[in-house]
Design a binder for this molecule. Structure first.
Ligand code: CO
Length: 180
């Protein structure tokens, strides 16, 4: 596996609509493996391929205490409910924002072996899925803020609340608001 560089705003690749993956082959599996390593190294709960400069519809996720996984061509097929969350993004370091996300999300796509998968998610996983799939359409969480004052600067890395966990924080909503 190879660590890939995480692109940050205003890198144009973050605003492009990513292309659908025609088939899961070894290069896509390598991309997933590299993205997982990169996501883990950055302490993120999720990563989308455009964030490593690859404009393809691939995302990876890792919930706390769980195994990481990738989804190829993920699509939200159903979502319901609304809740306010605090999140950040590895591509927008040093900031967190408050926005609305769905309570429940159903996503379909393909796994690392090209098999169909369907996930019904709530809480952090639902939030992360919406966040990562948005990346594939060139959408960033800052686009969902109701007003500019919903975006806050966060402390530098040595503060537990801000650290490289930019993407891993959303779940600790009560203590340290977290980004995905
Ligand atoms: Co992000």
């Amino acid at each position: 596996m190879t660590l890939r560089q995480i692109r940050v705003v205003p890198d144009e690749v973050l605003r492009q609509k990513a292309r659908k993956v025609p088939g899961v082959d070894a290069s896509i599996q390598k991309l997933i493996d590299d993205m997982i390593e990169t996501m883990q190294q950055a302490c993120g709960v999720g990563l989308a391929a455009p964030q490593v400069g690859v404009s393809l519809r691939v995302i990876t996720l890792q919930m706390p205490e769980q195994e990481p996984f990738g989804i190829v061509n993920p699509e939200v097929v159903k979502c319901s409910g609304e809740r306010m969350v605090v999140e950040g993004c590895l591509s927008i370091p040093g900031y967190q924002g408050e926005l609305k996300r769905s309570e429940k999300v159903t996503v379909k796509g393909l796994d690392r072996n090209g098999a169909k998968l369907r996930i019904k998610a709530t809480e952090l996983l639902a939030q992360a899925l919406e966040h990562e799939i948005d990346h594939l359409d060139g959408v960033l969480y800052i686009d969902h803020l109701e007003s500019p004052d919903k975006l806050k600067k966060v402390e530098p890395p040595d503060d537990a609340a801000a650290e490289g966990t930019p993407d891993r924080r959303p779940h600790r909503k009560t203590a340290a608001p977290g980004p995905e």
